[in-house]
Design a protein. Structure first.
Length: 192
């Protein structure tokens, strides 16, 4: 089984993914890093020279390849989960987890990062809000939505591990057990 981390930039996919992989003894793969390796240039340069559609094609190929592996923690780019083909490939062997955060938190976390091509134009918080509004419906298709606002990467990892490796409960708690086999959502309302 793979664990796939999706979500908007600045929600902690890479940090959380590395810790999670180490904790579970799995391999960590960041698809953005793989795209850069294949292209031989940065994502910023791919966007400048060839445009976003070219980047998305490269990303789709990398995701298809990585999703065929087993025992991998995969962090994907913030827009990758929008494509139905990517979602289908990632869900074949993996549990998908969307990391979410408030607009304010994302702006704070990405404030010093100049390598975000989609945040280069316009006022940062307004741009984040607009992009997040478009993408949230796709993130909600994940098996788990987890708000990372105000949480350390270690705390987020603990919550993910509880979701993917639930401990057996000897006695059911009142009201539990009715939703077995259904997807669980642990999200809070996002600041949009």
């Amino acid at each position: 089984m793979n664990i796939v981390l999706t979500g908007f930039m600045g929600t902690g996919k890479t940090k959380v993914g590395k810790i999670l992989a180490r904790r579970l003894g799995l391999t960590f793969v960041d698809t953005d890093d793989r795209v850069e390796e294949r292209a031989g240039i940065s994502i910023n340069k791919i966007f400048k020279r060839y445009g976003e559609p070219h980047f998305r094609n490269l990303e789709k190929k990398v995701i298809k390849e990585v999703s065929e592996k087993d025992g991998v923690v995969i962090a994907i780019g913030g827009g990758a989960f929008i494509a139905p083909e990517n979602r289908a490939n990632l869900k074949k062997k993996g549990v998908t987890i969307a990391l979410l955060a408030s607009v304010k938190e994302i702006a704070k976390r990405t404030a010093d990062d100049t390598n975000r091509p989609l945040l280069k134009e316009g006022e940062r918080q307004a741009r984040i809000k607009a992009l997040l509004k478009k993408r949230l419906q796709y993130y909600q298709k994940a098996d788990l939505c987890l708000d990372t606002t105000g949480k350390s990467p270690e705390k987020v990892v603990q919550e993910i591990i509880r979701f993917v490796k639930p401990s057996p409960s000897p006695l059911p708690v009142a009201g539990e057990g009715q939703g077995e086999g259904k997807r669980v959502k642990m999200s809070t309302r996002q600041e949009l």
